[in-house]
Design a protein around this ligand. Structure first.
Ligand SMILES: *[C@@H]1O[C@H](CO)[C@@H](O)[C@H](O)[C@H]1NC(C)=O
Ligand SMILES: *[C@@H]1O[C@H](CO)[C@@H](O)[C@H](O)[C@H]1NC(C)=O
Ligand SMILES: *[C@@H]1O[C@H](CO)[C@@H](O)[C@H](O)[C@H]1NC(C)=O
Ligand SMILES: *[C@@H]1O[C@H](CO)[C@@H](O)[C@H](O)[C@H]1NC(C)=O
Ligand SMILES: *[C@@H]1O[C@H](CO)[C@@H](O)[C@H](O)[C@H]1NC(C)=O
Length: 417
């Protein structure tokens, strides 16, 4: 099902016909002199996380400006993909990407590998002891006619653990099959058809997929899950399986924007923050208010409170064609005939045709310590407050140590995935 020209939201996603081809560049491109940055006192992964988050919030607003449906993507995974493409690009294209990705300040002329190294360290920090399972995969599909620069190939393997696959795009059917089979294998059969059409002129395509199914620190008791109404708007109500738990939770209130936040910790140092607009506050108003700074202020303000929590179970699978969104965010060059991808290959006229991102999440009762049954017993003197998620809400899944935003999204209708 197509929601919009820019976004497709179905497992059997169809990719828009590409118009981009291989056109030799005849004009000489003037590029800006490298901007001199003040020597930042060695950047940290916390700096990188903040910059990635800021970029993610901009991307979120861009996506939400196109429709009023569910949204779900992985900021970390998207930033990582583009950092890989950054390694491929030079001149003007690189400058534009640095600006667009909000990584300009981390660029240091004397340390060309600082940015990819930071991404690598961040990724290692997040998955440090192997307990957090982020099923993440990135692959660059390249035309067979292109010769990859050895240095780029080495860097992308070393820093991003990504594959470069050689494809004969001229044989469209064969290429589609190869790409789909590859993605299917890499995702453990979770994504069976990522593309269904392809332009024979394609030279370069980047595909990135990520899955997450965390186990709650405090699992919900499935016995308490029951079907209740969820109010999409004034006119539409759906029935959803609503989970229930009573315990002490971290929550906060933002009176300024009119929303409450609830933290639900997963195991392995990752948490979900649910942001629920107050009664009468439209989620579209809050859409405009979400920034990296706001997010950090929310998690700082969390306080432990006894609560009755009601949260719907939901499952989401979203795909985004980023090559359609990024030009509107100031990154047009890499997709255009003026792309400078000389670090990837010496062939001229090369550009990126497609960048596809797909993220999947399932939120249910599961946790591994199933024995931790919660006590349901309300004492008359300490009636707990309730946190009932029965209307559109936002959620953020982040790594606590680094404040790295792993996923973000909004749920308008939990019955649509
Ligand atoms: C591409 O960028 C490199 C620097 O990375 C530069 O040397 C080269 O001249 C640029 N090519 C074009 C066509 O802009
Ligand atoms: C849920 O209900 C079933 C059947 O009544 C019971 O056997 C099970 O122990 C209950 N689970 C928990 C976690 O209380
Ligand atoms: C929904 O109903 C409330 C109160 O009845 C009203 O204030 C609000 O404007 C309505 N919203 C829409 C989108 O109709
Ligand atoms: C793994 O990481 C988590 C979260 O940081 C931590 O609580 C746990 O103790 C770590 N386990 C080991 C074996 O280091
Ligand atoms: C991960 O990063 C955080 C924040 O920079 C730091 O406190 C922590 O020690 C790091 N963990 C490891 C294992 O490097």
């Amino acid at each position: 099902m197509f929601e919009h020209l820019y976004l497709s939201q179905s497992p059997n996603m169809v990719i828009h016909k590409m118009k981009m081809g291989f056109i030799p560049i005849v004009t000489c491109i003037c590029f800006l002199a490298p901007i001199q940055h003040a020597h930042a006192p060695s950047a940290t992964i916390a700096d990188l996380s903040f910059k990635n988050m800021d970029f993610a919030m901009d991307l979120y607003r861009k996506i939400s400006s196109f429709h009023d449906k569910n949204i779900f993507f992985s900021p970390l995974s998207i930033s990582t993909s583009f950092a890989a493409l950054l390694m491929a690009s030079g001149g003007n294209t690189r400058e534009e990407m640095l600006r667009g990705l909000n990584l300009e300040q981390l660029e240091q002329a004397d340390q060309p590998e600082l940015i990819p190294r930071l991404f690598q360290v961040l990724s290692e920090n997040i998955t440090q002891n192997g307990s957090l399972k982020l099923d993440q995969g990135m692959a660059l599909f390249m035309s067979r006619q292109l010769e990859v620069q050895k240095m780029f190939e080495d860097q992308i393997k070393e820093f991003f653990n990504a594959d470069i696959k050689s494809v004969d795009f001229g044989d469209t059917k064969g290429a589609i099959h190869l790409i789909n089979e590859y993605v299917k294998r890499r995702t453990g059969d979770k994504v069976t058809e990522i593309i269904s059409s392809l332009d024979s002129e394609t030279k370069l395509m980047l595909i990135n997929t990520i899955f997450f199914q965390g186990a709650w620190q405090m699992p919900f008791d499935a016995n308490f899950t029951e079907s209740t109404p969820f109010y999409i708007d004034n006119y539409s109500v759906v029935q959803v399986p609503m989970m229930f738990m009573e315990d002490k939770f971290y929550m906060m209130e933002d009176f300024q924007i009119g929303a409450k936040g609830l933290k639900l910790p997963y195991q392995e140092g990752v948490s979900m923050l649910i942001l629920l607009p107050n009664k009468g506050v439209d989620y579209t108003v809050i859409d405009e208010e979400i920034t990296a700074e706001k997010f950090l202020s929310w998690i700082k303000r969390l306080q432990k409170t006894k609560l009755e929590v009601h949260i719907p179970k939901f499952k989401m699978e979203q795909s985004y064609s980023l090559h359609n969104l990024l030009p509107e965010m100031g990154m047009a060059s890499i997709f255009s005939n003026s792309a400078n991808l000389t670090k990837l290959s010496k062939s001229s006229g090369l550009k990126v045709s497609e960048v596809l991102h797909k993220a999947v999440i399932e939120v249910d009762e599961t946790g591994t310590t199933a024995a931790a049954a919660t006590t349901i017993g309300i004492t008359p003197y300490s009636l707990p407050r309730t946190f009932t998620v029965n209307k559109p809400f936002f959620f953020f899944i982040y790594h606590e140590d680094t404040n790295c935003m792993l996923f973000m999204g909004r749920v308008i209708d939990p019955t649509k995935n």
